[in-house]
Ligand binder design. Structure first.
Ligand SMILES: Cc1ncc(COP(=O)(O)O)c(C=O)c1O
Length: 399
């Protein structure tokens, strides 16, 4: 038999962050002293009270199917969180608990898009957005932003790309990969454009707790409450509670959309893992001390990494407002020569860094930002200092 895979698979590619991480892990397993700045996860342990709740749920035999959309007590706690912390009102029917924020976005596109429907994505973007749109037979439409104005989308550029086929626009602030936060006035101007266009607004708030500028956190539904009824909030426990591998997230939005997403989930994974949902409940109800401590450490490291990167000739880095990524402009290094061959792009930069200097840094190209690298500062100060020294050593060898 000649095995033929689905045509839609031809348009997507493996996640570059996951594959670079796999390479770094494989090198480390062979004993290499790899310094990884590729991970999209906190280096802090999951808070003890969350782990205890998961263990207690396991011991109590809470191991059976739950309702697809989540256990009622977790849904109630999320509804309460959204009201108290985000000033957004949802009913439990407007909420679905998912296997991570990633599944929430995937299911959303599966539920929303028909072939040819368009989704507007601001560049640089989280690598999975375009591929998840493509997997739902949709068409990603990009609006470019630039480091020069802190990656703020231009309302006129947004207006130009909106079309009768536009079904959704996705916001991610603080952003992966740039760490940028879209300001209130900028969000207001973008909201004004969206008032004239009947489409869904997605706000991916997964980095909401990792904020280094004056709070509180806000999203487009806060800035433009009249748009809240057609906004869907994506969030999860991975980044704020260091629960990446435990896979727990949620979406809150229009009832019909959430029902559609739940149907997709009914026919695919069913519920998020029973005992992990109890962990999520403990995370929301428990002390915030562990998060505050983590955010304090990240705030210190973002300065350490940004300052260090800016000392390397040819590298320019903005201080990120949130998340845990530095996104330096390495454009001045592209076109230089290394070991007699031209460094022809960020993919090559990343390859040399891992192969010859044992430093894992994700290329900007798959995020829609050629010439940039993404380095996570969710690692120790010592690793950051050592990694930057290796990066500087590499740059000194370019001619
Ligand atoms: C912007 C963004 N959204 C969503 C996610 C999904 O996270 P999870 O599925 O672990 O909740 C990630 C993870 O890296 C992300 O960076």
């Amino acid at each position: 038999m000649s095995l033929q895979l689905a045509r839609r698979l031809k348009s997507v590619k493996p996640s570059p962050t996951l594959s670079l991480n796999a390479k770094a892990r494989a090198l480390a397993a062979k004993g290499a002293d790899v310094l990884s700045f590729a991970a999209g996860e906190p280096d802090f342990d999951t808070p003890a009270h969350v782990k205890d709740a998961i263990k207690a749920a396991l011991d109590a035999g809470f191991t059976k199917y739950t309702a697809t959309g989540g256990i009622p007590e977790l849904k109630a706690a999320i509804v309460e969180k959204l009201a108290k912390e985000n000033n957004l009102t949802f009913t439990p029917e407007q909420l679905v608990v998912t296997v991570g924020g990633k599944q929430a976005i995937y299911n959303l596109f599966q539920a929303l898009l028909s072939p040819g429907d368009e989704v507007v994505i601001f560049t640089p973007y989280w690598v999975s957005y375009p591929d998840m749109v493509l997997l739902a037979d949709g068409v990603p439409r990009f609006v470019e932003t630039s480091a020069d104005n802190n990656w703020t989308p231009d309302p006129n550029e947004l207006r130009k790309v909106l079309s009768p086929r536009t079904r959704a626009v996705i916001f991610n602030s603080p952003s992966n990969p740039t760490g940028a936060v879209i300001s209130r006035p900028a969000l207001e101007a973008l909201a004004e454009v969206l008032r004239g266009h009947d489409c869904l607004i997605i706000t991916d708030d997964i980095y909401e707790r990792l904020l280094y500028v004056d709070g509180p956190f806000f999203n487009i539904a806060n800035v433009a409450p009249d748009l809240a009824p057609r906004t869907v909030v994506i969030n999860g426990f991975s980044k704020a509670y260091s629960m990446t591998g435990l896979r727990l997230g949620y979406a809150a939005g229009p009832k019909e959309l959430i029902a559609g997403m739940q149907m997709v989930q009914d026919q695919s994974t069913s519920n998020a893992t029973s005992i992990i949902q109890k962990g999520g409940l403990a995370a929301l109800k428990g002390p915030t001390g562990p998060i505050d401590e983590m955010v304090k450490a990240f705030a210190r490291r973002r300065t350490l990494m940004t300052d260090g990167l800016n000392k390397i000739p040819g590298v320019k880095c903005r201080l990120p407002d949130g998340a845990f990524y530095c996104f330096p402009d390495c454009g001045a290094l592209i076109g230089k020569s290394y070991k007699g061959a031209m460094v022809n792009g960020s993919m090559r930069l990343s390859e040399i860094l891992i192969d010859d200097f044992l430093v894992a840094a994700v290329p900007g190209e798959p995020f829609g930002a050629e010439g940039f690298l993404r380095l996570s500062f969710a690692t120790s100060d010592a690793n950051i200092e050592k990694g930057l020294a290796r990066f500087a050593d590499f740059v000194s060898k370019l001619s």
